[in-house]
Ligand binder design. Structure first.
Ligand SMILES: Nc1ncnc2c1ncn2[C@@H]1O[C@H](COP(=O)(O)OP(=O)(O)OP(=O)(O)O)[C@@H](O)[C@H]1O
Ligand SMILES: [Mg+2]
Length: 221
C-alpha cells in the first residue's frame, strides 16, 4: 500500500484514500482569494502537530504577514521555527534563481517531510516561455529525490477553465486539487473544492462545499 500524508483539512483525507501520496507533488490551484495560502499553511501546521517538520517558501509575502494572516486560526509557528522544526521564508523575485538550491537546503536543514511553495505561478511567470517546462520539470525532479511530500500552490486566472496559469504545471504534478469561489452561488455556498486528478488514488469526484472556519479550511458534510 502506498503511504499517505494527511492533508490537515478536515473531510479531505477520506476523499483521497487517507491523504496525499507520500513523496508526491501536488498542485493546489485556485483564483485569487480561494484559500490557497491558508491550505498550504494548514498542511504545514498539521504536520507540526504530528511531529513532521515543514518548509514553506513564499514568493509573495514576508513571514510576518503570513503569521498575521493565520494568527486567527490559532496557528503559532514561532515556537516551531525556534525549535528548527519549521522554516517559513520569503524569497524575493530577484533571488528566484536561487530557489532550487534554497529549497533543497532548507528541506535538508530540518529534515522536512512537508514542503509548500507559494506560488509556482510566480516562478513560471518570470521564466521565458520555452524555458518554463524544462525549468519546472527539473525543479520537480529534484523535489522527487527529496523525502518530502510537496504542495505547489498555483494561480488560475479568474473566470477561465484552465487548471493552471501556464497549462503545463498540471501535467507534471501527481495530483491537482482545485479551490473554487462562486461569487453569486445559489444556496449561499461560495467556496468549494474538487479533486481533478490524483495518481494511484480512487478519489472523490464531486464538488465539495468548503468553508473557512476559526480553525481554517473544512470540507462541509
Ligand atoms: N479568519 C478567517 N475567517 C474566514 N475567512 C477567512 C479568514 N481569513 C481569511 N479568510 C478568507 O480567505 C481569503 C484569503 O485566503 P488565502 O490568502 O489563502 O487565498 P489565496 O488563494 O492564497 O489568495 P491570493 O491570491 O491572495 O494569494 C480571504 O480573502 C478571505 O475570504
Ligand atoms: Mg496566497
Amino acid at each position: 500500500m502506498t503511504g499517505r500524508v494527511s492533508s490537515g483539512i478536515p473531510g479531505l483525507d477520506e476523499l483521497i484514500e487517507g491523504g496525499f501520496v507520500k513523496n508526491s507533488i501536488n498542485l493546489v490551484s485556485g483564483a485569487t482569494g480561494t484559500g490557497k495560502s491558508i491550505f498550504g499553511l494548514q498542511y504545514i501546521w498539521h504536520g507540526l502537530q504530528n511531529g513532521e517538520n515543514g518548509v514553506y517558501i513564499s514568493l509573495e509575502q514576508e513571514p510576518e504577514n503570513i503569521f498575521d494572516d493565520v494568527r486567527g486560526f490559532g496557528w503559532r509557528f514561532d515556537q516551531y521555527i525556534e525549535e528548527k522544526k519549521c522554516i517559513i521564508e520569503y524569497l524575493p523575485s530577484w533571488k528566484l534563481e536561487e530557489l532550487p538550491v534554497v529549497v533543497t537546503e532548507k528541506i535538508n536543514e530540518i529534515k522536512a517531510k512537508r514542503f509548500v511553495l507559494d506560488t509556482l505561478t510566480l516562478v513560471a511567470s518570470r521564466l521565458d516561455k520555452i524555458a518554463i517546462r524544462a525549468e519546472i520539470s527539473e525543479f520537480l525532479s529534484q523535489l522527487k529525490k527529496s523525502d518530502v511530500t510537496s504542495l505547489l500552490l498555483s494561480e488560475i486566472p479568474e473566470g477561465t477553465k484552465t487548471l493552471s496559469r501556464f497549462g503545463i504545471e498540471e501535467f507534471l504534478a501527481d495530483s491537482i486539487v482545485i479551490l473554487h469561489y462562486l461569487e453569486f452561488a445559489a444556496g449561499g455556498v461560495p467556496r468549494s473544492l474538487t479533486i481533478r486528478k490524483m495518481r494511484r488514488t480512487d478519489h472523490g469526484t464531486d464538488i465539495y462545499p468548503l468553508s473557512i472556519t476559526k480553525n481554517g479550511l473544512v470540507i462541509k458534510k
